[in-house]
Design a protein around this ligand. Structure first.
Ligand code: UD1
Length: 419
């Protein structure tokens, strides 16, 4: 089994380039199904989740090629003929649900396995299904599969009771080729969602944002395949900034979009870090003590749930107590017992955790339970005294491109070992 071996205590220094965002590449791969011909995505990171989505598209009949050199993926959907996303794939990668709408738009039918829960708690898809029903889709759930059928998708007014990235993307893809107008109220406007909007518009779609959280889509007859570049991964960017802060280092992240991580930048400043930002870079350094800072996760542009675990790791070394509240996935605290194995002092109370800062963490063997929890354990390990070994790092390979190589370049003592 592969593990990450980390000897903590080295301040990270230098520059690191941020990869393209997995959370936009996955929906864009599904968007590609809305057009025939060759669709290309640039700045695609080499990640297991993306390989898995490529596998799913191949099952549907797409021809998918990826060059790790140019980081470009090409998807030829001219000969797609299958409309089923099987359990074995959906079960491993939740984003498979993204193919539901494009399959409906393309074939008028789709059979997609129900995704079920995952390591960060229950993740229902009721909002996706209700919205599609409003757009004229007949849906039955049989034997763990969503069986959906529609003659032609129809525009509708969708009012989401909760802000959902996934459900917003599902409706965007369904509405792009639907008959008439769709309005999504209380839409998610995460950078990844707005990037899907930009891509659909570049393909010939007609979508506009109104106010803070409304999207208006006028269905078109046809979309054309294009070449589209993935936005930088704001969560990878944030993870490196936190890693620099925890080790009292000085790191410049490049090729990123500072506006997308504004909420984190504010919190790092409150915690006593120095942060400077340019057009496409951010530099963080810390000299003094870490101050305790409370956070509450919320939809964009507020503090993202995907940086909560990493921020908990940072606060475990602050001088004082901080309260971290999770409003997106109430149970997303599996990293806490593992951080406590490194001598952190964190107590979970409902959807909050109370972090009482300690003066030092000590290396130990810990287990990654999900993607962002893995990042939190690495961050803690980089700051801890002695050696930390993180197991089950396959979670990490789903969403971070060669993180140990990038960290090593910043001076970290980290390596992948077989143990
Ligand atoms: C969410 C995050 C996204 C993050 C991703 C992976 C938000 C708003 N979304 O996106 O930033 O990258 O996790 O960690 O922060 N929900 C329902 N019914 C549904 C769909 C969602 O009740 O049909 C609920 C979820 O349980 C959750 C909330 O809505 O409490 C947001 O979920 P959603 O945005 O859909 O999740 P992801 O798309 O996975």
């Amino acid at each position: 089994m592969e593990k990450l071996w980390i000897e903590g205590g080295v301040p990270l220094t230098g520059e690191v380039e941020i990869s393209g965002a997995k959370n936009v590449v996955l929906p864009l791969m599904a968007v590609s199904l809305l057009a025939d011909g060759i669709f290309a995505i640039e700045k695609v990171p080499a990640l297991n989740d993306i390989k898995m989505m490529a596998h799913l598209l191949r099952v549907i009949g797409s021809k998918v090629d990826y060059s790790s050199k140019t980081k470009t993926m090409t998807i030829d959907n001219s000969y797609c003929s299958y409309y089923e996303a099987p359990y074995e794939l959906v079960n491993k990668m939740r984003a498979s649900i993204y193919v539901l709408s494009p399959l409906l738009a393309r074939f008028g039918q789709a059979k997609v396995s129900l995704p079920g829960g995952c390591a960060i708690g229950p993740r229902p898809i009721d909002l996706h299904l209700k919205a599609l029903e409003q757009m004229g889709v007949k849906i039955e759930v049989n034997h763990g599969y969503i069986e959906a059928e529609v003659d032609r998708l129809k525009g509708a007014e969708i009012i989401f009771e909760k802000v959902s990235v996934g459900a917003t993307v599902t409706v965007l893809m369904a509405a792009a080729l639907a008959e008439g107008e769709t309005v999504i109220k209380n839409a998610a406007v995460e950078p990844e969602v707005m990037s899907v909007v930009a891509c659909l518009n570049a393909m010939g779609g007609k979508i506009e944002k109104r106010g803070d959280s409304e999207l208006r889509i006028i269905g078109v007859e046809k979309l054309r395949p294009i070449t589209f570049k993935a936005i930088p991964d704001r969560i990878e960017a944030g993870t490196f900034l936190i890693a620099a802060a925890v080790t009292k280092g000085e790191v410049k992240i490049t090729g990123c979009e500072p506006l997308h991580i504004e909420a984190l930048i504010q919190k790092l400043k409150e915690a006593g870090c120095e942060v400077q930002a340019g057009d496409d870079w951010v530099k963080v350094s810390r000299k003094g003590d870490l101050k305790p800072v409370d956070i509450v996760t919320h939809p964009y542009p507020l503090f993202p749930t995907d940086l909560q675990a990493q921020f908990v790791a940072l606060m475990s070394l602050a001088k004082g107590t901080s309260v971290i509240e999770e409003t997106i996935f109430a149970e997303r605290f599996h990293h806490v017992p593992e951080l406590n194995r490194l001598d952190a002092n964190i107590v979970v109370e409902g959807n909050k955790c109370i972090v009482t800062g300690v003066s030092k963490l000590s290396g130990a063997e810990v287990m990654a339970t999900d993607l962002r929890a893995s990042a939190a354990l690495i961050i803690a390990g980089l700051a801890a005294e002695g050696v930390t070994k993180v197991s089950r790092i396959y979670h990490l390979d789903r969403g971070y491109e060669r993180i140990e190589v990038k960290l090593e370049k910043l001076g970290a003592k980290i390596k992948r070992i077989i143990a």
